[in-house]
Design a protein. Structure first.
Length: 69
């Protein structure tokens, strides 16, 4: 079974991901939405071939900035 590595990042507009070595790019509002979009995009790209997805999150959602009082 082939393994596809997806690199995910968060931005203020939501999550996005790209595949390493393949022309697969997708996005989602939440991490759960992103995962569903990744599965759909990989399934379409590889038609009916079984593929394992390795998701690597390169950045995280920033913490709230403390308010000075």
């Amino acid at each position: 079974m082939r393994t596809i590595k997806m690199i995910a990042r968060w931005s203020p507009e939501g999550w996005w991901a790209r595949a390493v070595g393949e022309s697969i790019y997708t996005q989602g509002d939440t991490l759960d939405d992103l995962w569903e979009s990744i599965q759909d995009a990989v399934a379409v790209h590889f038609d009916s071939h079984p593929v394992r997805v390795q998701l690597v999150i390169e950045s995280h959602v920033p913490q709230a900035t403390p308010v000075a009082r």
